[in-house]
Every structure is written in C-alpha cells, then in structure tokens.
Write a protein that binds this ligand. Structure first.
Ligand code: PLP
Length: 490
C-alpha cells in the first residue's frame, strides 16, 4: 500500500507528465490527420451515442491507471469540429497552436482576477482588446476586456448601459426600464433583461423584414409606445448577426436612432463581429464602430477554443462603471482605472487566461489569417446556397450573408403541412448516422435544416455530398412518414 504522500508525488511526477504529454500529442495529431481526411476515410463527424447509452459507458468505464486510454476515448467520442463534414453549431475548429496555449493556461492556472494572479495573461488581454478595437475602427480610447462567453458579455454590456443612465446599482429598482431588439435576437438578450429585473415588458421586440433583419423604420413608433406606457427605454441592441439565419441588422440606422434619442447602442456581434477581419466582408458590420458596446466571440469565427469573448467599449472609461460600488466618477482618469486588475470590470472573479489562446493566433498568424478564414467560410456559405437553389427539391430560407445557411428538403410526396416533421426526422437520422453534423432551426413556425460552414477544409464536394445525403435520407424517411400519416388517418 503506497502511503498517501506517494500518491501526491506520483501525480506531480515531471517524468510521468512528460511521457503522457508526448503520447497525448501524438494521439491528438493522429486524430487531427484522420479528421482532416475524414471525407475519404468515412470517419463520422459525430460518433452518436444516445444519452443513456453514453451514461452507461462512462459510468462503467475503468481505466486501470491508464489516463491515456481515458483521454483518447474522450477525444474520439466527441463531436469532431475538425472534420470537414462538421457543419453544425457555430464553434470553429481550434488551431492546434491555440489548443496548446490552452494547455499552458490550465497548467499555470492563474486566476486573473487581480494583476498579480496573471501578469502575462492580464497584460495580453489588454493587447488583444486594443487590437480588436483598432481592427473594428473604434477610437484610440476604446477599451474593454475578455469574458466567459457571449451570453455573459451581453449581460455585462447591458449592465453597463443601465449604470450609465440610472442609479439602480446603488438605489435598487426605480422606473421600469426597457431595451429594443429584433425579434430574431439571441435568447440571451431576453434572459439578461429578466435577470436585471425588467420583466417581460423590459424587452421590446421589433419585427424583422423578409431577410430577418430588424425593421429599423419601426424604432420611433416602438419608442413612442414604450414611453407612453411608462417605460424608460435605455438601449437598442443590434444583432450582427442573428444566430438562426446569420442576418445583419442595419447598424448605421440603429446608431443614427440611438444618437438622436440618447440611447445606448449595443451590438451583439457574438458570431458576426469577426467580419471586421475580412477585407471583403467587413461591410456587413458597417456602423459597428459607432456602438457604445460590442460583443465578439473568438470561439465562433476566429479559430479559438471556447470560451473566449471580447466586450468592447467605444469609450473605454465606461467599462469601469458597471460594477463600481460607489459613484461612477470614481475612476475618471485613466491612470486611476487599474486596467490591470481585471475583476473590477468583469462579472467573473477568478477567470481563465482567456487572452493567451486568441493572442497566439493573432501574434503568430496575424490578422490576415483571420481574414483568409472568415472570407473563405463566408464564400462556402454562398456556394452552398447556390447548390440548394439549383436543386428542384430544396428550398433556401433566406440568401445567406455569412457562413450560416438555412434550407429545407421538399419531397414531392410529403404534404406541405408535414414538411417540418419530415425535416426534423431527416436531421435526427443524419445525426445518428453521423457522416455529417448539421442542426435545425424554426423560422416563422417552420423547421429548417441549419448549417454553419465553420471548417476551412470543407470543399464544394462536401456540400454536394451533404445535399445528396439529405435527399437520400429524405427519401427513406418519407416512406416511413407516409405510412404513419395513413395509419393516423384510419
Ligand atoms: C452564440 C451567440 C450568443 C451566445 O454566445 P455564447 O458565447 O455561446 O455565450 C449570443 N448572441 C449571438 C448572436 C450568438 O450567435
């Protein structure tokens, strides 16, 4: 029986670490190679297991003191974002370099709340944020920080807006507040409103046009109505882009409206703010530089592991007001602001060293690397849309602006009112088969298949193969569905 201190010593043995580390990197490099060649080798993009089956496996698994087997099993049984036929949720395949940076982050385990607990990480965070603000064409005094995800970043930005217009932070609830946002916005905006205690009436949903973009022409009318009902509107949130369809609100129109009415302009660019890196498609987010706050996820379109999100403030000083315990003028001068003590401004106390992974990509490959990637995946989206349109049995939901493409299969034997059920069945079967990974969304009450073309190695042949697979699956499931309908009718 080893004594208990021996157990601790073994866990920290540098030679064990070296050996396991070498094995692990070999294993992951092999897996990367296998995934990149997944098209030819037939490796599934998602190794599907039903939840109960997975629980059975993981609760019974024994690794007999061999951590390599455990790590290998996790890597192999996870959804493979490096596979060119992964076209599902918006995460991007991490660069191997950024993944290695993640290992360093986990190893040093710096807490990042105060400067001493992460000197390189806190400093690099400022370097990254300043560089993003510059890329976004914001003024030199723009600033911000990195935080744990778009959801938390949106809440933090809205808390900053509230701190700017009200004294709720000190005094508690006052006049009922509200913001305006398109009805297609990410659900986290709704959630933020409710967390802030504004209730259902605090989120004023502005209708969208045919392209799922905010009807900015309706803003004056909605603002007047809110005022008449006793609500103080403090902000307008633009989506750049929406999650479901990748639609971009007209940010200049929102900026003009906010300026005229002294409202806070926030841009939820969790997915799409990354277009600032594309010379060709930067125009999709024109006007973003006029926003008071902007959220941008590095993990959606910038090849960085989750979870890494930038929250930018056009007037950097305002980032210090959000959680200030006392009066807002506390850190009026930049030198008082302690940019290096990050927890003053973030929701998190302890936080991961978010800067390093993003910084590695930026510093080693440069912004032209992000340009190449963003431009490429946006064009893949347009290519898929063209293939969908050319096919008589497919229907595009909306012409895509970015790498998010929604469409549906229209089998001639399936009645119109069963289309949604049929496309849901197709997506379910395809996930279980696992050759492709795609998701779905509901638009105007109808289910569509939804793809995010996130892998830079996805080729036209993968897109053609995707449509062929959907069609085949659609034909097979159509027969089963038709039987069900006729037995229902009996
Ligand atoms: C993904 C997304 C979010 C949520 O971001 P997380 O990083 O997943 O928390 C918010 N808004 C939009 C528009 C998104 O696409």
């Amino acid at each position: 029986m080893p004594d208990s201190f021996d157990l601790l010593k073994a866990a920290y043995d540098p030679e064990n670490f070296r050996t396991l580390g070498h094995q692990l990197i070999d294993q992951l490099a092999d897996q990367l190679q296998q995934m990149l060649e997944g098209r030819e080798s037939g490796t599934p993009a998602i190794p599907w297991a039903a939840p109960n089956e997975a629980f059975e496996y993981w609760s019974k698994a024994r690794w007999d003191g061999d951590p390599m087997q455990l790590l290998k099993a996790v890597a192999e049984k996870s959804v493979h974002i490096h596979h060119p036929r992964y076209m599902g949720h918006q995460l991007s395949p991490s660069t191997p370099l950024a993944a290695l940076a993640g290992l360093v982050n986990d190893f040093v385990n710096n807490g990042m709340g105060v400067y001493e607990m992460g000197i390189p990480g806190s400093t690099l965070e400022r370097v990254v944020v300043k560089s993003v603000a510059k890329q976004a064409s914001m003024p030199a005094n723009a600033d911000g920080f990195l935080t744990s995800g778009g959801t938390l970043a949106n809440l933090t930005a809205l808390l900053a807006a509230r701190a700017h217009y009200t004294t709720v932070w000190q005094d508690g609830a006052g006049q009922p507040l509200a913001l305006m946002v398109s009805e297609e916005a990410h659900y986290c905006v709704d959630r933020a409103v409710r967390i802030m205690g504004w209730g259902e009436g605090g989120i004023i949903k502005v209708p969208v046009n045919e392209q799922y973009e905010m009807r900015t022409d309706l803003l004056p009318e909605y603002l007047a109505r809110a005022k008449a009902s006793g609500r103080q509107v403090i902000a307008v949130v633009g989506s750049a882009c929406t999650t479901s369809t990748g639609s971009f609100d007209d940010l200049h129109a929102i900026a003009d409206f906010c300026q005229a009415n002294q409202l806070w302009m926030h841009v939820d660019g969790a997915h799409g703010a990354a277009h600032i890196y594309s010379e060709k498609y930067h125009h999709l987010v024109a006007g973003l530089e006029r926003a008071d706050t902007v959220v941008m996820d590095f993990h959606k379109m910038l090849l960085t592991p989750s979870i890494t999100t930038a929250l930018l403030f056009r007037k950097g000083q305002r980032s210090y007001q959000t959680f200030a315990q006392r009066a807002q003028y506390l850190w009026e001068r930049e030198e008082d602001a302690d940019w290096f003590n990050l927890a003053k401004r973030t929701f998190e106390c302890t936080k991961s060293m978010l800067s390093l992974r993003a910084y590695c990509n930026l510093a080693v490959y440069g912004s032209e690397f992000f340009d190449a990637y963003v431009t490429r995946v946006v064009e893949r989206g347009r290519e898929l849309a063209a293939l969908v349109e050319a096919h008589p049995d497919f229907e595009l939901a909306v012409a895509p602006r970015t790498n998010i493409v929604c469409f549906r299969y229209r089998n001639p034997n399936i009645p119109e009112e069963q289309r949604s059920t049929h496309n849901e069945a197709i997506r379910k079967v395809m996930t279980e088969v696992g050759k492709f990974y795609i998701v779905k969304t509901v638009l105007r009450g109808q289910t569509y298949l939804r793809t995010t073309l996130t892998n830079p190695f996805t080729e036209r042949t993968d897109l053609e193969a995707l449509l062929a697979e959907i069609e085949q699956t659609g034909q097979r499931t159509a027969g089963i569905l038709m039987q069900e309908f006729s037995s229902d009718a009996l």
